[in-house]
Every structure is written in structure tokens, then in C-alpha cells.
Design a binder for this molecule. Structure first.
Ligand SMILES: Nc1nc2c(ncn2[C@@H]2O[C@H](COP(=O)(O)OP(=O)(O)OP(=O)(O)O)[C@@H](O)[C@H]2O)c(=O)[nH]1
Ligand SMILES: [Mg+2]
Length: 233
């Protein structure tokens, strides 16, 4: 059976009745039927935010880890967020508005950190300030999705700095291990355990292996998003 359909089956039993955004996946394995998706705002100026206010879901992680691809995968659009093989593609903050099942939220695609080829000054002063100002702002941040490349041994120092900061701020976090299709099933399971240990995660709150290629992890992640949006909405 298609792994995504299998996840949907498993997911349907306990949560199907209460997660409209996730439930929209039910009948078509690769189509989340969100009724409306729109580009809301783009900025490279710290403090310049959209007038549109709804619970926000921020995508954080190193450059090239797969943030923009994850957004496209979640909404079943190939080119909503621009992706690139070369790191450093997303240099601004992009807000995307999603509505479906009576809920509305904004996905926030942030520039990646840690891209060594960008001059240090630009990296530290512009991008870092953009991300930091956003995270310190009073935007209604419902959830931070922290992306980590599943092929790495563990989080990098920059990832850990970001995670410590998010934890200290009390922002709910879900950890997504990207590019899961690049590892065999057994190596994927090992990596998931390794990241869970490094991050000292509770057994009931494991990281989610995700593949933007196969859609693995999509249902679990939508459930977490759905749950978090409801708490803030
Ligand atoms: N095989 C595979 N490749 C992926 C996956 N997710 C992302 N990629 C690839 O990884 C590269 C970077 O993806 P992006 O989505 O642009 O990464 P990003 O984190 O937005 O990068 P920046 O905008 O530079 O911070 C692209 O070549 C994607 O096709 C995945 O799940 N599986
Ligand atoms: Mg990007």
C-alpha cells in the first residue's frame, strides 16, 4: 500500500473527526484540499509585516535543508515557495495564507541560516536580524517547525542555538527530519532515534521523518499544525 495512504488510515481513526486540514487529505493521497492558498506578503526589511493576522507557522532551519520544499509539499503545490539546489535561495520572509475546513493560518518561509558562502557580515547582520526580529515580534506564532537534515549526525551548533532560543521563548516546536527518502527505512529509523536522543525529546513527541518527494510524514505534520493553530485561533 502507498505509505501515505497507510499513514492516512492510521491517522483517521483517532484524529480524523477533529482535524479538518489533515482530514482533507483523506480521499486523495497527494492532495490536501485547502480551499485557498495565496501569497500574502514578502519582505527583506526587519519589522515589515503583513496587515493580515492569523495563527502563523514558521519554517526554520539551515540553508538548503528543505524549508521551501516542505511548504510546497504540505500544500501540494510545486512552485508556491521557490526552491533551489544551491543554498541561500530564500533571502526574504514570505507569508502564505492558507484556508480550509473553517481554519486559516499563515505559513512563514524564513531565510536559512548557516550558509557559509554568503559573506559573514550579510549573514549575521541582515538575515539573522530578519529572523530574530520576526521571532521577537508580537506575531501570533502558533508553531515553529524546526527542520533538520536526516542524513546528518545530529543538529549543528547553529541548529542548537536556534532550538535553545525557541525553547527558552516557550514557542511550541515540532522537529522535522527532511529528505527521508535519501535513507533506507532502517537508517531512517536509526536517525530518528539519534535526533530524538540528541534533542532530549519525550518518547510521545518524536521528530517526524519527512520526504517532500514521497509525502512521507505529511499526515503527522498536518496534525501537529492543525492542533497548534487551533490553540491560537
Ligand atoms: N530528495 C529530496 N530532496 C529534497 C527534499 N526536500 C528538499 N529537497 C531538495 O533540497 C534542495 C533545497 O531545498 P529548498 O526547499 O530550496 O531548501 P531551503 O531550506 O528552502 O533553502 P534556502 O531557501 O536556501 O534556505 C532542493 O534541491 C530540493 O529539491 C526531500 O524531501 N527529498
Ligand atoms: Mg527556501
Amino acid at each position: 500500500m502507498n505509505p501515505l495512504r497507510q499513514q492516512v488510515r492510521l491517522a483517521r481513526l483517532p484524529f480524523g473527526a477533529t482535524c479538518p486540514l489533515a482530514r482533507a487529505i483523506e480521499n486523495c493521497a497527494h492532495a490536501v484540499k485547502i480551499s485557498k492558498i495565496e501569497v500574502v506578503h514578502t519582505t527583506s526589511q526587519p519589522g515589515n509585516y503583513p496587515g493580515d493576522v492569523a495563527p502563523e507557522v514558521a519554517f526554520l532551519g539551515r540553508s538548503n535543508v528543505g524549508k521551501s520544499s516542505l511548504i510546497n509539499s504540505l500544500v501540494n503545490r510545486r512552485k508556491l515557495a521557490r526552491t533551489s539546489k544551491a543554498p541561500g535561495r530564500t533571502r526574504a520572509i514570505h507569508w502564505y495564507g492558507l484556508a480550509g475546513g473553517g481554519l486559516r493560518c499563515l505559513f512563514v518561509d524564513l531565510p536559512g541560516y548557516g550558509y557559509a558562502r554568503v559573506p559573514r557580515q550579510v549573514r549575521e547582520q541582515e538575515w539573522a536580524r530578519l529572523i530574530e526580529t520576526y521571532l521577537r515580534s508580537d506575531r501570533p506564532l502558533a508553531l515553529a517547525i524546526q527542520l533538520l537534515d536526516i542524513r546528518r549526525d545530529g543538529p549543528t551548533d547553529l541548529d542548537l542555538q536556534m532550538i535553545e532560543w525557541l525553547r527558552a521563548s516557550g514557542i511550541p516546536i515540532v522537529y522535522v527530519l527532511t529528505k527521508a527518502d535519501k535513507l533506507s527505512r532502517s537508517r531512517r529509523a536509526q536517525a530518528t532515534g539519534r535526533f530524538a536522543r540528541c534533542l532530549e525529546l519525550a518518547p510521545e513527541d518524536p521528530p517526524i521523518p519527512y520526504s517532500a518527494v514521497s509525502g512521507e510524514g505529511k499526515v503527522q505534520l498536518w496534525m501537529r499544525i492543525d492542533e497548534s493553530i487551533r490553540l491560537v485561533a
